[in-house]
Design a protein around this ligand. Structure first.
Ligand SMILES: [Zn+2]
Ligand SMILES: [Zn+2]
Length: 265
């Protein structure tokens, strides 16, 4: 199959929205292509075209819902989170401070009131109303997720800012999920060793291990939070990500438990 205007249309939507859920992408593909190839096939064809431009479309999981999103990212490592001048100095400063609040918190989130109060500590002035507008846009563009008055790390931050986090924070400040070995900000915490697991990784683990145990210290972990987890309730298909990786992009560790489907209850 050759690269067509349909591929361009798909890329256009991903660029405009910043992040497109796998469900929305599938719906769009069915409309555009009227063929039964997998989503990964089309994304791979677009990624081949994007490679010389140092860009790629990557699949990233939302820590809060377990839903997956296709995101267009630069493959050039940006350790400074400069966002290519997308934001004003005040916005950038607020953004970095909120990211810091989330990273240094125990549960991977920052209350919105505390985030707005950060306005008074910025080097460049910003009103709370402006900050509120800005943060609403950041949620819309999936840089943050807002739930119950708290900001969490959004899929675009997870897709694009890992090099910045690694360059800016100590190893102790950054948490790694013991199941998939990827960075984790919010998830299920072991009450004994305090290690944090992605909720999706933990939900997958709990399907094969009953009761599930902490992979680090073997303590039995509560499954109470899994029942509130969207991906679990939606029976989201969790498919492997390797096929969409380009040579330049970071290779992910494949986790055998990640490929399992949620079966209908
Ligand atoms: Zn994980
Ligand atoms: Zn533990």
């Amino acid at each position: 199959m050759s690269y067509t205007n349909n591929h361009r249309a798909l890329l256009q939507v991903i660029m405009e929205r910043g992040a497109v859920s796998t469900a929305d992408a599938r719906e769009l593909i069915v409309k555009l292509f009227q063929q039964n190839e997998s989503t990964q096939t089309y994304i791979h064809q677009i990624n081949v075209k994007l490679e010389p431009l140092n860009m790629t479309i990557k699949l990233v999981t939302c820590e809060l819902t377990g839903h997956k999103y296709w995101i267009l990212i630069s493959t050039l490592i940006d350790k400074t989170a400069s966002f290519q001048n997308e934001f004003s100095p005040a916005q950038l400063e607020l953004l970095r401070k909120i990211l810091s609040e989330i990273i240094t918190s125990d549960d991977g989130c920052a209350p919105s009131t505390a985030c707005l109060n950060l306005c008074s500590s910025l080097d460049t002035q910003m009103s709370k109303a402006d900050a509120e507008d800005f943060l609403a846009k950041m949620v819309e563009k999936k840089w943050f997720v807002k739930e119950h008055g708290k900001f969490y790390m959004g899929v675009r931050s997870i897709a694009e800012l890992i090099p910045y986090f690694k360059a800016s924070y100590s190893e102790e400040a950054l948490k790694t999920c013991a199941l998939c070995r990827q960075m984790v900000f919010h998830g299920e915490r072991c009450i004994c060793c305090h290690n944090v697991l992605h909720m999706l990784c933990f939900a997958n683990c709990a399907r094969v291990q009953n009761p599930p145990k902490c992979p680090s210290c073997n303590t039995i972990m509560s499954t109470d939070n899994i029942n509130d987890f969207d991906a679990y309730n939606d029976h989201v298909l969790d498919f492997p990500e390797m096929s969409v990786e380009t040579e330049n992009s970071e290779k992910r560790t494949t986790n055998p438990t990640k490929k399992r489907k949620y079966s209908a209850r």
